[in-house]
Design a protein around this ligand. Structure first.
Ligand SMILES: Nc1ncnc2c1ncn2[C@@H]1O[C@H](COP(=O)(O)OP(=O)(O)O)[C@@H](O)[C@H]1O
Ligand SMILES: NC(=O)OP(=O)(O)O
Length: 319
């Protein structure tokens, strides 16, 4: 039996159709795949992103322009998406477990992630949120929202970016550990966790979106996970991604992939945080991390698909 932290990308939950119905359907499909880990005898800790969802929710706030119905700040929008996606996952996982004849509890935990209020990320927004825009829409958007910063997101279009400070502590991690030890499947730290700073022994929300890959790595280390699996919408990690000479990695050592991180070869805001989060987990625990496609869970469990990052010994094997 392995203790596995599985991180799911917000882009894998919300694709083209942003309706609750479509996202619940995507979550149901994901839950079906995740139950394979339980059937395999593994202990699961689930975490998920919220980039598309929190950006959409923020856009919806612009309709709330009165004192009676004020717009919610970004940390509260993060909490709202943690609640909605957690609710979808909790029900979907429970249903799939029951259908598989497995009697296990699933519990979404409101999780706060403590960040440093002086983190330089607050001056340098890098986390893409909300919908993808066309290049031709960017000028208009900047005129409409002078406070927005917009970047090109990994060849998929343009997106608003917001500050994404590094997680320092997962506030609820001791409770999460107890829930795991009790045999319950927790859904934790959704959207990277609600970003908070510590002020005079109190936690105060701050306007940011934490990268769920970094918080997943942090949680995996705190709960002594045997493996960190980051599931997204790419088969694995590629060198020269999107170029004619792109290579998909099967297995790679941390020292080898670190060279490519240092050379800034991975897309900021998409693959770079995943690779860095995986390397941090592997370096600090000696255990492996896998980055792969949500649709390949069965093959990933069998070690047939995805990119595995290991502590030593492998230069890089390509597919
Ligand atoms: N080097 C790379 N290897 C694989 N995918 C990459 C790479 N660089 C950028 N990508 C893009 O990053 C995407 C995953 O990032 P993203 O969609 O932000 O993740 P999430 O699923 O967590 O929302 C992939 O679907 C792919 O389009
Ligand atoms: N919060 C976060 O990292 O979300 P995504 O995984 O959706 O980008």
């Amino acid at each position: 039996m392995s203790k596995i932290v599985v991180a799911l990308g917000g882009n894998a939950i919300l694709s083209k159709d942003a309706s609750a119905q479509a996202q619940m359907k995507a979550v149901k499909e994901t839950a079906k795949e995740l139950v394979n880990f339980i059937k395999n005898g593994d202990q699961l800790i689930i975490t998920h992103g919220n980039g598309p969802q929190v950006g959409n929710l923020l856009l919806q706030q612009s309709a709330a322009d009165s004192d009676e119905n004020p717009a919610m700040p970004l940390d509260t929008c993060g909490a709202m998406t943690q609640g909605s996606i957690g609710y979808w996952f909790q029900n979907a996982m429970k249903a799939e477990l029951l259908d598989s004849g497995i009697d296990k509890d699933v519990m979404a935990i409101v999780t706060q992630t403590i960040v440093d209020e002086d983190d330089p990320a607050f001056q340098n927004p890098s986390k893409p949120i909300g919908p993808f825009y066309k290049e031709t829409e960017v000028e208009n958007l900047k005129a409409l929202h002078p406070d927005w910063q917009i970047i090109e997101d990994a060849g998929r279009g343009y997106r608003r970016v917001v500050p994404s400070p590094k997680p320092l502590e997962i506030n609820e991690y001791r409770a999460i550990k107890k829930v795991v030890d009790a045999g319950i499947i927790p859904i934790v730290s959704g959207g990277g966790g609600i970003p908070v700073v510590r002020k005079a022994n109190r936690l105060v929300g701050t306007e940011a979106v934490i990268d769920k890959d970094f918080s997943a790595s942090k949680i995996a280390q705190l709960v002594d996970a045997d493996k960190l699996i980051i599931l997204t919408s790419a088969g694995g990690v590629y060198y020269n991604y999107g170029k004619p000479n792109q290579l998909e990695l099967k297995e790679v050592g941390v020292d080898e992939i670190q060279k490519h991180i240092d050379a800034n070869e991975f897309a900021k805001g998409s693959m770079m945080p995943k690779v860095k989060a995986a390397v941090s987990f592997v370096r600090n625990t000696g255990n492996p991390a896998v980055i792969g496609d949500l649709e390949d869970v069965k093959e990933i469990i069998r070690g047939e698909k995805g990119t595995t990052i290991v502590s030593e010994g492998v230069t890089a094997t390509v597919k």
